[in-house]
Design a binder for this molecule. Structure first.
Ligand code: TYD
Ligand code: MG
Length: 455
């Protein structure tokens, strides 16, 4: 019998080495290498070919792709939108997010809405069946085809799947399930990879649509960066501030659709409910006259999203002023502050600057630059910005305001939600037809070519 091989695997990034090292060469983390048994995988995940087809090349036009076009609705339109129109049968979906953000709640709600007659097996390694039942009752879920299993061992889980032959399988969470073939503890990189590999093979071979829940680590990665993401078909992240009710479901990877759609939810006493009108939910201070708040219109996939960016500036007691950023990209803010210093002559070296995106949303689109700059300007000068104005535009290093995509949709959203003015890149303005300008009648269009014109 072959001797069991072991290797030292970094629990942070999955780097593997035959000898122990104090510092991982892969990610630079200290003391992250632990010894794990290596189970040789002769059928690597991803090679989903039946043995008859093996080695035979096939003409593109002869391949049957129908199984990927038939979608199964999750019953929750916001989730369907992120998945690209619903579940693809026998796909493997990974749902990641911080502990306590609402992953189990969302998945249980999906279980309650799946088409009747589809057998669903919900495996929980974290909660007991009565606990899940209690939660289901609170959420008003009574799907007669929903089976619960509270278990951690993959051997037992596989036996149960064999018996029950479910159409849908939920694993909550991947970090609590272990394979008996490996000696390392549940949640280690080796275990997580092994269990996901088993589930992937099962999903493809038995045609079970599978959803795996994964907690993110304190660095914000799913059980060590990227060890799972390349194996599964779809990766979704559930995000939000724990103390705020809003949650965003975001596609990070999708083999069957685009990844720029988001789903918006609100956590209520009766579980998660979809946010139909994001503008109402996100814009809180629209009626008050405060300085340091600007409304921007970002695009999330095909959906415009009006959001408020808040800036606070306070005189810094330090030589090196503080920059604190929440909900957007730190380096982007750094660049904008430099532009503000140089082009708008703001003495930002004297000011601590705090930036926050309201509602726990993450804004990373350059189109939000102009709004961010406006918020900072307003905060430092302590003058409120005009009420009812939206700011749209990417800001370049010389202070030029650059064109952004889908400007018409952004303006339409501002019109729909009752804003009265929109600052937009001159390049975008020049492209609008007279007809469009008439259509946008209720909102005043104010083109800007350089940030200096704005203030
Ligand atoms: P949960 O789905 O258990 O989070 P996760 O699986 O991501 O760890 O949800 C956790 C939080 O959601 C919990 O702190 C309470 C809150 N919650 C509600 O506010 N309303 C509800 O109806 C439910 C079920 C949970
Ligand atoms: Mg949970």
């Amino acid at each position: 019998m072959a001797k069991n091989k072991t290797a030292y695997v970094c629990q942070n990034c999955g780097y593997s080495s035959s000898k122990w090292m104090g510092k991982c060469p892969g990610c630079g983390e200290w003391n992250s290498m632990t010894e794990e048994f290596i189970v040789e995988d002769k059928h690597p995940a991803g090679a989903i070919v039946s043995s008859a087809d093996r080695g035979n090349a096939v003409k593109l036009s002869d391949i049957d792709s129908k199984q990927f076009t038939a979608r199964i609705s999750t019953g929750i339109p916001e989730v369907d939108r992120v998945l690209g129109g619903g579940y693809v049968p026998s796909s493997l979906v990974l749902l990641g997010g911080d502990p306590g953000i609402g992953k189990s709640t969302l998945v249980l709600q999906i279980c309650g809405k799946l088409p009747a007659g589809k057998r669903v097996l919900y495996v929980s390694g974290e909660e007991s069946a009565p606990q899940i039942r209690m939660r289901a009752q609170r959420l008003g879920i009574n799907n007669p085809d929903l089976l619960l299993l509270s278990e951690n061992s993959m051997t037992v889980i596989l036996a149960c799947i064999e018996r029950e032959k479910p159409d849908f399988l939920i694993i909550d969470s991947i970090q609590t399930v272990y394979s008996d073939d490996m000696s390392s503890s549940p949640g280690s990189v080796g275990q997580v990879r092994e269990v996901t590999g088993l589930l992937l093979k099962l999903a493809k071979a038995a045609g079970i649509t599978t959803m795996i829940i994964g907690h993110v680590t304190k660095e914000g990665n799913l059980a060590g960066p990227r060890v799972l993401e390349h194996m599964v078909d779809t990766v979704l992240y559930f995000e939000g501030e724990r103390n705020l009710p809003f949650r965003v479901l975001r596609g990070v990877k999708n083999r069957f659709g685009s990844t720029n759609e988001i789903g918006l939810f609100e956590m209520t006493g009766e579980g998660l409910s979809p946010v139909e009108n994001p503008a109402d939910a996100m814009l809180t201070h629209r009626d008050s006259n405060i300085s340091g708040a600007a409304v921007v219109c970002g695009m999330e996939g095909t959906r415009p999203l009006l959001t408020e960016i808040q800036a606070l500036a306070s005189k810094s007691p330090y030589n090196l002023p503080k920059r604190t950023v929440n909900g957007t990209d730190m380096s982007r803010v750094g660049m904008l502050l430099a532009v503000a210093e140089k082009m708008l002559h703001l003495p930002l070296w004297e000011w601590d600057v705090y930036i926050n995106v309201a509602g726990g949303i993450r804004l990373t689109e350059p189109a939000c630059d102009l709004g961010m700059l406006a918020a900072v300007y307003s905060a430092v000068k302590d003058v409120p910005l005009e009420r009812g104005a939206v700011y749209c535009g990417e800001v370049g290093l010389t202070g030029e305001v650059r064109a952004v995509s889908r400007m018409d949709m952004r303006i339409m959203e501002a019109v729909r939600t009752g804003f009265t003015a929109i600052y937009l890149p001159a390049a975008n303005y020049n492209k609008l037809t007279d007809k469009q300008k008439r259509e946008f009648g209720s909102v005043e269009l104010r083109p800007v070519a350089n940030v200096k014109e704005l203030f």
